[in-house]
Design a protein. Structure first.
Length: 176
């Protein structure tokens, strides 16, 4: 069990002072502050380098990468419509019963149709423990491919009215 820091102890004291114990109960005592432990530091020259197992992990190098378009933030009106279940899809693509190859082809043709549809509801299914949702798992990879990525503005989970966890809204970019 770890000990409370000075800040946490002060915070707990404020909280404990603001409550009234139940009838017949006593106010719990605040744990005693740990006594400062005096340690003798060896001189700086005598310090040994930390063993390899105790070295902190190196921080990963930050990559200057453009934000992923599928996680792009839409303006608030889109998110409000989705949350309230008021978003009306222009096209529904049901991928139940398809193989991975045919599902990818159906999805790509729906996105590349160019008929002015802005919102596509893609129903992938949730899967079951004995039958995982492979199409659902592959959806992000398919949308991230170079042939489809320029057409997709965002991907959002569907409202329960449209399938919830087994369906997604693909918001397409406006035609130029």
């Amino acid at each position: 069990m770890r000990r409370l820091s000075a800040h946490e102890r002060a915070l707990w004291a404020r909280v404990a002072a603001s409550v009234k114990p139940l009838p017949g109960r006593e106010m719990p005592k605040l744990p005693a502050a740990p006594a400062p432990v005096a340690t003798a530091e060896p001189p700086p020259a005598a310090k040994t380098p930390p063993s390899p197992s105790r070295r902190p992990p190196a921080a990963p190098a930050a990559k200057a990468k453009a934000p992923h378009p599928l996680g792009a933030t839409l303006d608030g009106s889109w998110d409000r419509q989705i949350a309230r279940g008021r978003l009306a899809p222009d096209r529904v693509v049901d991928l139940h019963g398809h193989t991975l190859a045919t599902a990818h082809g159906v999805l790509a043709s729906a996105i590349l149709a160019g008929d002015g549809a802005r919102v596509i509801l893609v129903i992938t299914g949730k899967g079951r423990p004995d039958r995982p949702a492979r199409i659902r798992d592959e959806l992000m990879h398919w949308l991230d491919r170079p042939d489809l990525r320029p057409h997709v503005a965002s991907l959002r989970g569907a409202h329960p009215r449209h399938g919830g966890g087994g369906a997604f809204y693909i918001i397409l970019r406006r035609g130029k």
